[in-house]
Write a protein that binds this ligand. Structure first.
Ligand SMILES: C[S@@+](CC[C@H](N)C(=O)[O-])C[C@H]1O[C@@H](n2cnc3c(N)ncnc32)[C@H](O)[C@@H]1O
Length: 385
């Protein structure tokens, strides 16, 4: 027997007749086994099992009562963050009954959450980024430049390193022996971890080189875990990119060696010291709709279309950076990209009211990044879902 979920709305500022009209009409229009309402003095009690939110909205819009009241009655249900789905209905109760774990918290504790990172020795003392580096695009080798920064001064790193695919970059050789490649990458990542604040986030967009059978995303994750970073999660960036060659099958129509094809990249999210990031509520800029949609860790976003215009062979789109920055950081946070390329991370940081530091080894790409910054304004996010 599944219980109702109860929501209580203070309706003391509305006329009783309007509240009664809402209650009576609701109970007439929706079956009691799904949901019902009643008035108790100045409170409207909403008992919920399941509800079709589109029908509910239409129902409320059809009532001849104050829109303030109908909006409140809608929002209180719409803002419930956890629910199941069944057809067009949201399930507010019993939707995970069959999966319920008894004493979940105690069991989590006895297993020891992120056990691999708990014996870290990160300092909890955070520092300010020196003002000379704030809101700057710097042309340098990150393995050298990052040494100039103090420990614990960056809130979030969002980056996409070169993948060693053999791309034609301006100043970087993209075909190194794999061992040399990882030595270069991890020297920079080590510095990045050092400069990241306690509670800061390190977000890396990466695509394995499938043809070399090198799972870069796993090797990078192994590095983070070895370096006591807490794995927060992995996002699939679905590019819906069906450009992958349909002539390369490995072995055609045979289990001998079929070649797998991918239309997505990975975004790995790690935290330093703590899963929780401190920040002021007034600096949260993600909307409820964005939050609900983006915590589902498969993001369908088209690849960057203007790489030719920007003269860079491997950019990610602004939309990807917007989601990462709004989901994992606050306004006014300091954002670092140590492989800044044509400056997508830093331009989105500026547009969303964050401070930034972008480093790239190519003067050409730094010029492009600076130009994008100079032309960007706060709030100028110009794409549509
Ligand atoms: C995949 S691209 C990043 C593109 C960027 N996300 C964008 O949207 O424009 C990697 C960048 O790393 C830069 N790079 C390679 N080695 C570097 C190093 N040691 N220090 C700084 N930048 C480096 C390359 O010049 C290249 O622009």
């Amino acid at each position: 027997m599944v219980d109702y979920r109860k929501e209580i709305l203070d309706v003391s500022s509305f006329p009783v007749e309007e509240c009664l009209k809402l209650v009576n009409a609701f109970n007439k229009n929706f079956p009691k086994k799904d949901a019902y309402m009643f008035l108790n003095e100045e409170s409207l009690h909403i008992m919920l099992k399941q509800l079709d939110m589109i029908k509910y909205r239409e129902f409320l819009d059809g009532l001849n009562i104050s829109t303030d009241l109908t909006n409140k009655a809608f929002d209180i249900i719409d803002s419930i963050g956890s629910y199941g789905l069944k057809g067009s209905k949201r399930l507010f109760s019993g939707y995970n009954a069959e999966r319920k774990v008894i004493n979940r918290k105690a069991k989590e504790q006895s297993r020891s959450k992120h056990y691999y990172a708990n014996d870290h020795n990160f300092s909890k003392v955070n520092n300010e980024l020196p003002s000379e580096y704030e809101n700057k695009i710097i042309c340098a080798d990150s393995s050298e430049f990052l040494k100039k920064l103090p420990d614990n001064c960056i809130d979030i790193i969002f980056t996409s390193p070169p993948y060693n695919f053999g791309l034609d970059y301006d100043s970087h050789n993209d075909t190194a022996r794999w061992n040399d490649y990882f030595d270069m990458l991890f020297a920079i990542f080590k510095e990045c971890i050092r400069v990241l604040k306690y509670g800061g986030r390190f977000v890396v967009n990466v695509q394995p080189l499938y043809s070399d059978y090198i799972p870069i995303h796993h090797i990078i994750s192994n590095f983070f875990i070895q370096n006591k970073m807490i794995w927060k999660g992995e996002i699939i960036w679905e590019k819906n990119n069906y450009n992958c060659k349909y002539s390369s099958w490995g072995s055609w129509k045979s289990p001998a060696s079929p070649y797998l094809k991918y239309t997505w990249e990975f975004v790995e999210v790690y935290c330093k010291g703590d899963l929780k990031k401190q920040g002021d509520n007034e600096n949260i800029d993600i909307t409820a709709e964005e939050f609900k949609s983006w915590v589902v860790a498969k993001w369908s976003i088209a690849p960057e279309r203007n790489m030719q215009e920007f003269g860079h062979p491997a950019m990610f789109p602004e939309q990807l950076a917007e989601r990462v920055l709004k989901l994992f950081s606050y306004k006014n946070d300091v954002v670092l990209d140590p492989f800044n390329g044509a400056g997508t991370t830093t331009v989105v940081a500026k547009k969303t009211g964050r401070r930034y530091l972008g480093i790239d080894i190519s003067e050409e790409y730094c010029k492009t990044a600076q130009k994008r910054i100079d032309e960007a304004d706060l709030g100028q996010l110009s794409w549509f879902d």
